[in-house]
Design a binder for this molecule. Sequence first.
Ligand SMILES: Cc1cc2nc3c(=O)[nH]c(=O)nc-3n(C[C@H](O)[C@H](O)[C@H](O)COP(=O)(O)OP(=O)(O)OC[C@H]3O[C@@H](n4cnc5c(N)ncnc54)[C@H](O)[C@@H]3O)c2cc1C
Length: 566
Amino acid sequence: MPYRAPQSDYHFLLRQVLDFPAVTATARFADATEDTVTAILSEAARMAEDVLAPLNRAGDKHPARLENGVVRTSPGFAEGFRAIASGGWVGLSADPSHGGMGLPLTLNTCVGEMMASACLALQLNPLLTQGQIEALEHHASPDIQALYLPKLNSGEWNGTMNLTEPQAGTDVGALKTRAEPLPDGSYAITGQKIFITWGDSDFMANTCHLVLARLPDGEPGVKGISLFMVPKFLPDAQGNPGARNSLQVVSLEHKLGIHGSPTCVMQFDGAKGWLVGAPHKGMAAMFTMMNAARLAVGVQGVAQAEAAFQHALAYASDRKQGRTPLGATAIIDHADVRRMLAEMKAEVFAARAIALACSIAIDLAKATGEPAHQARAAFLTPIAKAFGTDIGHKVAHLGVQIHGGMGFIEETGAAQFARDVRITQIYEGTNGIQALDLVGRKMMDGGEAAFRLIDEIQQGAEAARPQYPDLATPLWNAAEALREATESLLQSPPADRGAAAVPYQSAFARVLGCHYHLRAALSDAARLPLARFALRRLLPEHAALLAQAREPMAEVLAIKPEALAS
Ligand SMILES: Cc1cc2nc3c(=O)[nH]c(=O)nc-3n(C[C@H](O)[C@H](O)[C@H](O)COP(=O)(O)OP(=O)(O)OC[C@H]3O[C@@H](n4cnc5c(N)ncnc54)[C@H](O)[C@@H]3O)c2cc1C
């Protein structure tokens, strides 16, 4: 089943449901005219459909491998990456002063989704480079920016993110990698990093590692960490790749999915690096990269869900099995199969709307500098990451179910979506960690950002009430339940919110997604059946989730490890 990019959904969401016109009305993004947006989306769709999608199976069947210290990539990936780079897609929303195109991140979100639907394993390469570009734009010295950004934006070089070590996963502060100052102002980096995505390849002219390490006077924990640019080849006087740096790929991981993405164990043996940002402030700088990547990973979940849905829809329309109440024989006419397909489509719509709403808030924050947009973007980021990837997992598994036994057989491709998307719930901070961020840091404003969104949902329900009272009322009530749950969370210390975090995050996403469904129905009556499905069948989940969120954490911790083991 060939992938078809959902261009009309992007146009509809951006203009009819979300406030993308507010982005293009700003001076900063005035170049993003309607014609430009249409051209960008259709050109990216063409590349995703014709160039990247045909590589997806090859990446799965012929994983990246390590040969005598060189990472050999999957067949066709080099050509696929060249298409991404030559199309200018890496630097789409980067600063034009270093070779970026300066377009809204919102467009990059759509383009990233199309690329990730087509070939998730390859799309990780530009995704991480884009995160690195953003970190360098904000935190690197002018010299480093001038040297690295043009080559990263053009796709000549790629960027990686090196946080994880065997003993330092979620707890980044436990890292042991060291940075020793050298007389010339650079640093010698020594240590081992694991799970480094696209840590090397056989088609990039250089690979630039952003590495977290501790200076000799760095205190233990996250406050003592600094960030360094450590390239595979040291740039010469002209800025071209020169001498080989003392770092290497020790091994590649064997994984459940994304086989075409090399996941590297990296060894740094006194490798030369340069400080990015201030000493001991590495986490703040790396956080810029991680934040960009969190939203982008949420979009990966949406992307895989879209691809899995298209696959399942085609199969269900073709597969004949039994007589149905509608008289036809294709399984799409069995009510249970139709239910699964509707659920898949409804989840994709909601998660895509949330990811785009988050992107728009980021663009508006950049263009206007208004703190309210910044706060909205910060609040939506963990929701977009967790919900996008949770529905990615759910939808991909529904896709397997719709295929019946053939879903379990690799040839159909349905299983690959389920395997590939699984990691998205884990990397860039597990979804549990996203939820802790949501109910912790993101509520340090006294819940202001949360309450603003809840107000917006209730205003949306009021606007819909005259036309669709049966949908508006449950949505308004759900938002009110969310308000009460938020107030009650705010009354407990952040340390006591741990067991409430994930159900609260899921409930918020559920209610917000239904808000966008209702707006879609108001704007286009053809969208009403799907909106009705979402609001009548999926929205009620919020009540069970919030009931869990209200339960005290002590009751979870009362189930002692001995009781779990008995
Ligand atoms: C394919 C792949 C690609 C990756 N790419 C990169 C990359 O490019 N760069 C990079 O630096 N890393 C990368 N990672 C690492 C990834 O980000 C980590 O695996 C992830 O952050 C989780 O860390 P961990 O695996 O050590 O799990 P752990 O931290 O051991 O977590 C295990 C479980 O405990 C929970 N947990 C841990 N701490 C807490 C806490 N404080 N509160 C509540 N729950 C907690 C987690 O949510 C999780 O469920 C990649 C990993 C994989 C598998």
